[in-house]
Ligand binder design. Structure first.
Ligand SMILES: [Zn+2]
Length: 737
């Protein structure tokens, strides 16, 4: 069997994205708008197959054919009859679900390949004996012959995405090297063309000289007679003695379908900004123009706080080995009107709640400004993976002039925390049920407090360019020293510029601590609808979760370089340290041995000591954090924060050893089942699926009810047209030195 890192385990967590409540609260027009945007996103997401590996489009087409002819249950009967064990068939379902979730056979997080965890001969028997194969023997056999070998191959170069000999990519033809990528970037820069929607194909002419094709994604082909800002760019160029040809039409038939649904969505737009935004996206995908996408993004930024939020295009460049080509993604998310009302209530009570925070009034802003925070529930997220939050657009020039949107995706975050009981690590048995019962509600409380009152609280002491202070130097006293304020921010200095490397983690820590501290307030819990024993349970689970999160955070610490890879995780670890330091048995972290005989650990929180021991400890810590921040005391801030963030093997906790346990017990990344929307008459229905690999497969079987077979044909044709470009670098004819 394959190495564990190249398979998805049979017991992989699968969760459903829950957006029922938010969808229910949409108006009929909002639902129609969301539906067509969702269709556009799903169609466009198929381009990711072509952006991932040469074989991914064929694997997708093969799986889709199999499961259209027989659902996972029916195919199971056949598979068992062919001699597969239950485990082997489950491994196949998990593999198929993984292909759909990642839109290809490379993990979207980590970029490593995954292969089916069953013998190839057995899978071949299932495929060639399936109903799909009986219906279309030649096609199914041909698909299997094209992708079967590559599906299983773990040849070193195929194990991960990369350029040339380093790995697999379809952003570049197989013979492209890092030098080619740099040359092409210089060429694009010289022509003021963006790489976001391009791929690079290298060829050799009769004289053995390399020729580069820069191909833009668009509905229209290079020969189109329709004139636009792009047509003059589509031609041959000589650049530093090399031949470049700019063409377009990549993914054309797929983008055609995207455009059709964007046109339909436009009819249900909530305002003219959304209409103009969609018109520009349509222009962008039709012509291959990133400039049009930027214009669309400008309208998008100006469309503040819409009920139905979306973004679509070639957005994130993580998976281009050179880092400048964007992977297609499209999402549609909705304001959860019920949750927003609670958050608004919190903002309305801010003036009063901020007084509860453990610092003198002079350290608080003169007037509370609610931070720009939106929590949305995702209806659709197409592409290779679903993030828990977004901060876009990525165009730097737009971010400078127009700003950006920072959105938290509430139901995605909820999935990340929704763990089945048997997979709930590091908790005592008697805590597990309570944790599962209250994790969601306590998380809502913590998010609201963290984002609104956490990031929204506290004042920085500033002296402006004219020398004026925004605080009274005579009367304001530093509660830590009992003296007047000795340091502050001078004109031009900011929190980020002063605290640089620790700024974001420190601020996350402050916001998380505010959340823990203020959740003890009955008024806050009442806003979220909790009283009495329920309110006490919410508090307990919120604190317990933070303690557990602090332990889990160790995954993001790299001992080799003694550094944290993730600001938010570091912040949680710091809070765990603070609560441990409070002593009196408030929190304990104990190494144990699991039932499998391997290292394990338990975290405990004494719920009777939260107010008597935890609260005062948090109060002292929070006051110090705020005072050091307000006064711009970098040296003091670093000493405090880095002290808590240090990970050592010192007893009693031995965190470095615990880190190994955390890595050992780490749950693999969950698969997420998304719903479909369907237009019935003039009404949009939400179709939901079971949280299992079979449910995920079913959701994809029903995703393209009108044109599934046509799409598979399109994908394999597009893949075949470029197949000659993916030959191994060693076989490539040598170009000019
Ligand atoms: Zn935050």
């Amino acid at each position: 069997m394959a190495d564990a890192q190249y398979i998805l385990p049979n017991d992989i967590g699968v969760s459903s994205l829950d957006c029922r409540e938010a969808f229910r609260l949409l108006s009929p027009t909002e639902r129609l708008y969301a539906h067509h945007l969702s269709r556009a996103a799903w169609y466009g997401g198929l381009a990711v197959l072509l952006q991932t590996s040469p074989e991914a489009p064929y694997i997708y087409a093969l799986l889709s054919r199999l499961f259209r002819a027989q659902d996972p249950d029916q195919l199971r009967q056949h598979a068992l009859a062919e001699g597969l064990t239950e485990e082997e068939y489950q491994a196949f379902l998990v593999y198929a679900a993984g292909i759909y979730s990642n839109m290809g056979n490379y993990k979207s997080f980590g970029d490593t390949k995954f292969v089916p965890n069953l013998p190839k001969e057995k899978l071949e028997r299932v495929i060639l004996g399936s109903k799909a194969a009986q219906q279309n023997p030649a096609e199914v056999r041909s698909l299997w012959q094209t992708c079967g070998e590559l599906m299983f191959s773990l040849e070193p170069r195929l194990r991960h995405l990369g350029l040339g000999k380093e790995g697999i990519t379809t952003y570049f033809s197989g013979d492209c090297t890092m030098e080619d990528a740099k040359l092409a970037q210089d060429f694009l820069d010289s022509q003021n063309l963006s790489a976001y929607n391009t791929r690079l194909f290298k060829d050799v002419d009769q004289d053995g000289k390399p020729r580069y094709e820069v191909r833009l994604a668009s509905v229209l082909g290079t020969e189109s007679a329709l004139h636009s800002e792009m047509t003059s760019r589509l031609k041959s160029y000589e650049f530093r003695g090399n031949h470049f040809q700019v063409t377009r039409g990549d993914y054309a038939p797929i983008l055609q379908k995207v455009v059709e649904h964007l046109e339909k969505a436009k009819a249900y737009a909530a305002n003219s900004r959304q209409e103009q935004m969609l018109a520009q996206y349509i222009e962008s995908f039709t012509q291959g123009s990133i400039e049009a996408h930027k214009r669309g993004s400008r309208f998008w930024i100006q469309d503040k706080g819409p009920i139905v939020e979306s973004y679509i295009g070639f957005i994130e460049s993580y998976r281009d080995p050179f880092g400048s080509r964007g992977e297609f993604e499209g999402f549609v998310a909705m304001v959860n009107k019920a949750m927003s009302a609670k958050f608004e209530c919190l903002v309305a009570s801010a003036e009063q709640l901020l007084k509860e925070l453990p610092w003198p009034p002079a350290f608080e802003k003169d007037k509370f400004l609610s931070p720009d925070f939106t929590s949305l529930d995702v209806l659709t997220f197409s592409g290779s993976g679903i993030p828990a939050g977004i901060n876009i657009p990525n165009y730097d020039d737009l971010r400078q002039t127009e700003g950006f949107k920072n959105v938290s995706l509430g139901n995605v975050l909820a999935v990340a925390y929704a763990t089945q009981r048997e997979k709930l690590t590091f908790l005592e048995e008697d805590d597990k049920d309570l944790y599962i019962r209250w994790k969601g509600p306590s998380f809502d409380v913590q998010v609201g407090l963290h984002e609104l009152l956490g990031h929204g609280s506290g004042k920085l002491f500033v002296q402006d360019e004219k020398g004026a202070f925004n605080f009274d130097q005579e009367t304001v006293i530093n509660p830590e020293t009992g003296e007047q304020i000795q340091s502050w921010y001078r004109s031009g200095e900011t929190w980020d510029s002063k605290f640089s490397t620790i700024a974001s983690s420190y601020e996350e820590c402050r916001a998380e601590s505010v959340g823990l501290y203020l959740c003890l307030n009955p008024q806050v819990l009442e806003i979220f609808g909790f009283e009495g024993a329920d309110a006490e349970d919410v508090i307990y689970v919120n604190w317990l979760n933070m303690v557990r999160a602090g332990l889990l955070a160790l995954e993001f610490y790299t001992p080799e370089v003694s550094s944290w890879r993730q600001a938010h995780m570091q912040a949680r670890f710091v809070i765990l340290r603070v609560l441990l330091e409070a002593g009196e048995g408030l929190v304990t972290v104990t190494p144990t041995t699991g039932t499998d005989g391997r290292p394990d650990a338990r975290v405990r929180l004494d719920r009777n000591k939260i107010r008597s021991v935890g609260k005062p400890a948090l109060e002292r810590f929070l006051r110090r954090l705020q005072v050091l921040k307000s006064t711009g005391d970098v040296a003091g801030g670093r000493a405090l924060y880095e002290g808590y963030a240090a990970v050592t093997d010192a007893p009693p906790e031995c965190f470095l050893t615990l880190r190994d346990t955390v890595l050992l017990r780490k749950e693999s990344r969950k698969l997420i089942v998304q719903p479909n929307t369907r237009l019935e008459g003039s009404e949009v229905q939400l179709l939901e699926y079971e949280a299992s690999a079979a449910g995920l497969i079913q959701s994809f079987s029903e995703r393209f009810p009108e044109d599934g077979p046509e799409l598979e044909e399109i994908l394999t044709q597009l893949a075949t047209a470029d197949a000659r470009f993916w030959k191994c670098p060693s076989e490539a004819p040598s170009g000019q030195a």
